[in-house]
Design a protein around this ligand. Sequence first.
Ligand SMILES: Nc1nc2c(c(=O)[nH]1)N[C@H]1C(S)=C(S)[C@@H](COP(=O)(O)O)O[C@H]1N2
Ligand SMILES: [Mo]
Length: 324
Amino acid sequence: MMLYPKNRVKEPPASEITPKETYQAFELNRRQLVGGLAATGAVAGLAAAMPKQARAEVKLQNLVTTQYTVPDRATTPEGKAKSYNNFYEFGEEKDDPARNAHTLVTYPWNVKVEGLVAKPRTFEFGELFHLQPMQQRVYRFRCVEAWSMVIPWDGFPLSELIKVVEPLPTAKFVQFLSLENSKEEILPFGIPWPYSEGLRMDEAMNPLTLLTFGSYGETLANQQGAPVRVIVPWKYGFKSAKSIVKIRFVKHMPPTTWNELAPNEYGFYANVNPYVDHPRWSQAHERLLNSYSLFPQVVPTLMYNGYSDQVASMYAGMDLRKNY
Ligand SMILES: Nc1nc2c(c(=O)[nH]1)N[C@H]1C(S)=C(S)[C@@H](COP(=O)(O)O)O[C@H]1N2
Ligand SMILES: [Mo]
């Protein structure tokens, strides 16, 4: 994201990144991790003490392949997708998250689902993970900074979780809150913790909206927003909140990080739209980060990032210049 740096700080030191939420690991690793921790009693020093294997990505079992593919574009190399990231909690440069996010502790991890639902519930990560079979979907992913990737994401539709908690008729929007910091620290560009994003209820229920646990057949790398994030492929990347700890059902459009920081630059809807420029740059084209090339191919950006058939009807009659 490109904003004028204000209250700029360097990436938070490891000790500032909440140690109370710790790494997720699957059955085998979990036992090793918990056993290891109990033995040392080292909860405060968790990130440092964590056995290496507990941080490693784990292969996803019984992954269901789907018809969601991007036949006209090459898939971004896995190494590129996991080393060129936006995750301001871990620094402001593209290579900072891959370098720094090892301090993110993702087990145990809980996701609290609250607000206007009949069945509010805190999901222990494993419960959420096993709610539905994991699907693999290859999606275009377009950042507002005019680069894009093609990534196989692994997860299941967010709608499956929403059905379980039974939203009340008064619930009109869904807010996602990312991991929190224990201290009042400001992130690069003056971003406050926690990162907040939101969707309208119909957008959250759209079959394309993926509750995402992995990519390339493995659990998410920390820098990708482990252990769970959303992917909303027809919107600019900043809508896809990472490392989610809270999902809140609300009546009114919730405050969202970038919209609060610069409302004239980052709208709530943030639908990919080549006809509505960012105030400081064009959105008509994008750089395809689907190789390690220093000179990526530039191609025209597609309306709704190529997902018009599945999403355009949700915005029928809306002025997309106003609701950018
Ligand atoms: N919590 C959190 N979520 C976030 C961000 C962030 O800084 N913090 N950056 C957003 C932006 S701007 C983009 S482009 C995508 C990047 O996802 P990726 O690094 O997995 O490609 O994550 C989005 N989700
Ligand atoms: Mo982004």
